[in-house]
Design a protein around this ligand. Structure first.
Ligand SMILES: Cc1ncc(C[n+]2csc(CCOP(=O)(O)OP(=O)(O)O)c2C)c(N)n1
Length: 662
């Protein structure tokens, strides 16, 4: 690759200073770690400084950065203050992530520094998503993503490479190839050790550079950044480097010998630049002393700042898990026009309204476009709204959900469709480790206004890999909101409410509802987080959600004939749970049956039951009963599938049973 070297003396002295800042800062961090002032893992960047310094000097203030857990150097070179970085490592509220992230999660939105990601490979789709947001909003910014060569073995690496080229995203991928992923040498983990070549196989422009030479990294980065800005195509730069210290604070370095380390240290980036400057009569020892003194002073100031920082009060423990509540408006049901729609049509109407109302909204997923959606929900939308708004993705759940997370971070309002809940397991990393945590890890600086819709539930004889109810997995996670629209009206309106929410929302759409018809209002009449009593009753509360609501209502009807008055509570929002409504019902009826299509063990029904025990025990006249799916992967034959699932008859028998002693 041809690139012009930037050999201006002032610039080189600045590069040297920036590398030395990182070096001396991290040497001090190692000491502070030994003194137990810094805890957790500590991954030092020493030896690799030329990369962060070289790359950052090629960027503009508006460009985005996504880094890894070895990111002190990136943060310093990007311009985050040393004080705020050290305070973060101390866990204090004056830290750059308000003390919530620590060494591995440095954030600073004002510098477009989107973390510190401790999931190897996890940052790549996210960076592609930020780049997508930049591109959609016609910003000139690019996104730079740093990662180690260990990430190259991860699926998210390959998914991100493909998507970045396919969608022409302005991302600069910087692979910091320091030859070891913890203790595993590159040759032991990759069949092809030329990493730049892998990127080329995706059709991405790529090159290798000596990552121990800041002048080369600087020049290569400038060339790459210029090319990205001109072409809007991604670029891949493999920087060959070496870390002089262990992987982290707990590394005995048994996998490499001392001579090898010594050899690399001799060609280290700092020493090398100093030698070159001296050989070319550009540098006096006195100048080095001045730089070192300035850095020493900066470090002392940073230590004082960190040590004087406050610990967050325990009363604020759960701060920044969710954004502050937003005001929502609702229209009284009685004053509205109604229409009859299928559940599928109601979902589509919700998507369509959000596309029309908000230009930041787009729908993305496998086969949502040309095919019309796996379950036909988005049929016709591609023709009406075009490929910028209805985006077909390759089969890469982690990749496109991660892109959605990044795009949401970058100001878009993505609706991501995952074909079924079973496939969402492939995207768990991005949902749980990224979407649900970013707000908290950044100390509330960023939020992820993302909606993920997915089909769930059994009944179509789709057997053990397409039929499950795993709402409880997601309802377990702080940082997510989980909705289960059981009615046509909720199918129509919940999506719009979810998009207005600043936090990530998962919506479960039960496949057995898609073809059913029901009443839909013009406007939403109730908050998405509120449980609703769908039928009033006085003898027993049937508590349920999603695909089981119809069964509970049918059971209530049959119970009427048996002189049992059943109240039906539709939870609607599974996280946060509206405990007030369900407890009010149980304290009135004194009996509860929970109907949940998940398996018994670890189900949401178990959670609701525990809440009732804790909050309404003395109001109960009978033990709480759960009706869940049998503990078997959903079988294919219809009679076995139905035998596994909660049925109306079971609810009726259970109600009779617990009311027998009345
Ligand atoms: C998905 C995932 N798997 C495993 C780990 C544990 N882990 C942390 S760092 C690391 C090595 C990564 O090496 P590399 O990507 O080359 O980056 P480097 O540490 O050398 O900078 C491993 C295995 C992790 N954090 N994330």
């Amino acid at each position: 690759m041809k690139h012009k070297l930037h050999l201006d003396r002032t610039h080189l002295l600045e590069q040297l200073k920036q590398m030395l800042r990182i070096r001396r800062f991290e040497e001090k961090c190692a000491e502070l770690y030994a003194q137990e002032k810094i805890r957790g893992f500590l991954h030092l960047y020493i030896g690799e400084e030329a990369i962060a310094v070289g790359v950052m000097s090629a960027l503009n203030a508006k460009d985005n950065i996504v880094a890894t857990y070895r990111e002190h150097g990136h943060a310093l070179a990007r311009g985050l203050s040393m004080k705020s970085i050290l305070a973060e490592m101390y866990g204090r509220t004056n830290g750059c992530s308000r003390g919530r992230g620590g060494s591995m999660h440095l954030f600073d939105e004002s510098h477009h520094f989107y973390g510190g990601n401790a999931i190897v490979g996890g940052g790549l789709p996210l960076a592609a998503g930020l780049a997508m947001a930049n591109k959609s909003q016609a910003q000139q910014a690019i996104t730079v993503c740093f990662f180690g060569e260990g990430a190259v073995a991860e699926g998210e690496f390959h998914e991100a490479m493909n998507l970045a080229v396919l969608w022409q995203l302005p991302v600069l991928f910087i692979c910091e190839n320091n030859r070891y992923a913890m203790g595993t040498a590159l040759a032991l983990s990759e069949s092809e050790t030329n990493i730049a070549k892998k990127a080329r196989s995706y059709g991405m422009a790529s090159s290798q550079v000596d990552g121990m030479n800041v002048v080369d990294v600087d020049a290569a980065s400038r060339m790459a950044v210029e090319q990205i800005r001109q072409t809007n195509q991604p670029y891949f730069l493999e920087c060959q480097t070496y870390r002089f210290r262990g992987h982290s604070s707990f590394d005995g370095q048994l996998y490499r010998d001392k001579d090898e380390v010594k050899l690399w240290q001799e060609k280290g980036p700092v020493i090398r630049l100093i030698h070159w400057l001296k050989e070319n009569n550009q540098f006096e020892d006195e100048e080095l002393n001045v730089i070192e003194a300035e850095i020493k002073n900066e470090i002392e100031v940073a230590i004082t700042f960190a040590e004087q920082g406050q610990w967050e009060s325990v009363s604020d423990l759960c701060k920044d898990v969710y954004s502050p509540a937003i005001a929502t408006s609702h229209t009284d049901k009685e004053s509205q026009d109604k229409q009859e729609l299928t559940y599928r049509e109601a979902l589509r109407a919700g998507i369509e309204q959000s596309l029309v109302d908000d230009e930041r909204v787009f729908l993305m997923g496998e086969d949502v476009g040309h095919y019309g959606g796996c379950y036909g929900v988005s049929k016709g939308l591609f023709e009406r709204y075009g490929e910028q708004k209805i985006i077909d993705t390759p089969l890469c759940e982690s990749g496109f959900v991660g892109v959605g997370v990044g795009a949401a971070l970058g100001g878009m309002r993505p609706i991501i469709e995952v074909m079924t809940v079973n496939f969402s397991l492939l995207a768990m990393d991005q949902i749980v480790n990224s979407a649900a945590t970013l707000r908290h890890m950044s100390g509330g600086q960023v939020n992820v206004p993302l909606v993920i819709r997915m089909a769930c539930g059994a009944g179509l004889q789709l057997a053990a890999q397409h039929s499950h109810s795993w709402e409880n997995f997601y309802a377990h996670i702080p940082g997510l909101k989980v909705l289960s629209p059981a009615t046509h009206n909720d199918a129509r309106h919940m999506l719009i409410q979810a998009l207005a929410d600043p936090d990530p929302v998962i919506i479960f759409e039960h496949v057995m509802l898609l073809n059913t018809s029901g009443e839909v209002l013009e406007h939403s009449d109730v908050s998405m987080e509120q449980a609703l009593v769908r039928q009033l009753g006085s003898d027993v509360s049937l508590i349920t959600y999603g695909g089981s609501l119809g069964k509970a209502l049918a059971a209530a009807e049959q119970l009427k004939a048996l002189n049992i008055s059943a109240e039906v509570v539709d939870l609607r929002c599974l996280r946060p749970l509206d405990t007030k409504t369900l407890i009010a019902s149980v304290t009135k009826t004194h009996r509860a049956i929970i109907i949940d299509e998940a398996w018994f063990t670890g189900s949401l029904a178990g959670e609701v039951s525990a809440i009732i025990m804790e909050q309404a025990f003395w109001h109960l006249d009978a033990p709480v009963k759960r009706i869940c799916t049998a503990e078997v992967p959903i079988p294919y034959p219809s009679h076995l599938e139905q035998a596994a699932l909660p049925q109306v008859e079971q609810i009726v028998i259970a109600a009779q049973h617990i009311l027998a002693a009345r």
